[in-house]
Design a protein around this ligand. Structure first.
Ligand code: SAM
Length: 274
């Protein structure tokens, strides 16, 4: 199913299959929030006798079917979608990739194998992270976001340096107005009412995070790709910035949720501020 309204297009389809029909260098920016492989049933598929310390543990995040990837599938699928994304994003564009420790190693290695240069690795500090109930681990309170580009040695990617430097983010205790933005971002993970108006997605990001990515590397009137739409957060941030957006989602329920959120945004232009 292909839904189009104003500058937004949402496609109910596997992103790799969908991108295969698109020409090279179609997009100016990509924000990817892929499956993390963090669900409790995810296990390394090699010989079960073999102990691979450090993989997965019992850290249960979503228990969602789309997140139930075994570790070698996760590596393979990361490589495949990143390769397609690299092809469709212009050399002047950027790709942002969200991850946690479950998949951040894979994402990093895949970027390097594909010749996607890592510009920065951002630690998104969630000061209001949920406590660790088992009391057997530290409280997980950050996620990693990689900023990469496709332009190889030319480094022609867009960076809205001055906008970012002069920005003031209400909630971020680490960023001072007029100072360069660092790679640790203090952004509360809570969502405003308007972000949850049509239901929740189990791994929904707060709009503030995507808004910041757009401020850094967005291009007004350019084209944003959102390979894993979920509830539509990154698409709304892109529209708000003035880009046209294309999103893919394989789950019909989340497709409907994103549709409703985008329609509501277009009608009301309701915004969250930093
Ligand atoms: C981590 S969530 C994205 C959440 C999103 N950032 C938000 O704020 O709502 C990943 C989403 O990708 C979807 N998905 C997983 N594999 C996919 C694929 N191959 N193609 C398109 N969508 C996929 C899942 O259904 C899920 O909704």
């Amino acid at each position: 199913m292909n839904w189009k309204v104003e500058n937004a297009q949402l496609i109910l389809q596997d992103v790799v299959a969908g991108l295969a029909e698109m020409p090279d260098n179609t997009f100016d920016l990509c924000i990817a929030d892929p499956p993390y492989g963090a669900s409790s049933k995810a296990k390394w598929k090699y010989d079960s006798e073999k102990k691979l310390e450090g993989f997965g543990g019992n850290w249960k995040l979503t228990s969602e079917v789309w997140d139930l990837l075994s570790q070698n599938e996760l590596f393979e699928s990361t490589f495949i979608w990143l390769k397609e994304v690299k092809r469709v994003v212009k050399p002047t564009g950027s790709i942002w990739i969200h991850s946690t420790y479950h998949n951040s190693g894979f994402v990093n290695v895949c970027c390097q194998l594909l010749g996607l240069e890592i510009i920065n690795e951002v630690a998104w500090y969630k000061r209001n992270a949920f406590p660790n109930l088992s009391a057997r681990r530290l409280t997980a309170s950050h996620e990693t976001i990689l900023w990469v580009h496709t332009g190889e040695a030319k480094r022609s990617y867009l960076f809205n340096y001055e906008d970012v430097k002069k920005a003031k983010f209400e909630s971020d205790s680490l960023k001072k107005q007029g100072k360069q933005l660092r790679t640790v971002w203090d952004i509360p993970n809570n969502k405003k009412k308007v972000e949850l108006l049509f239901g929740k997605h189990p791994t929904q990001k707060p709009l503030r995070v995507s808004e910041r990515l757009l401020m850094i590397s967005g291009l007004e009137n350019g084209k944003l790709l959102v390979p894993f739409t979920g509830s539509g957060t990154e698409m709304i941030a892109g529209l708000k910035y003035g880009m046209s957006v294309v999103g893919f989602e394989i789950n019909a329920e989340y497709f409907e949720l994103a549709k409703k959120r985008i329609e509501h945004f277009l009608v009301t232009q309701q915004q969250t501020l930093f």
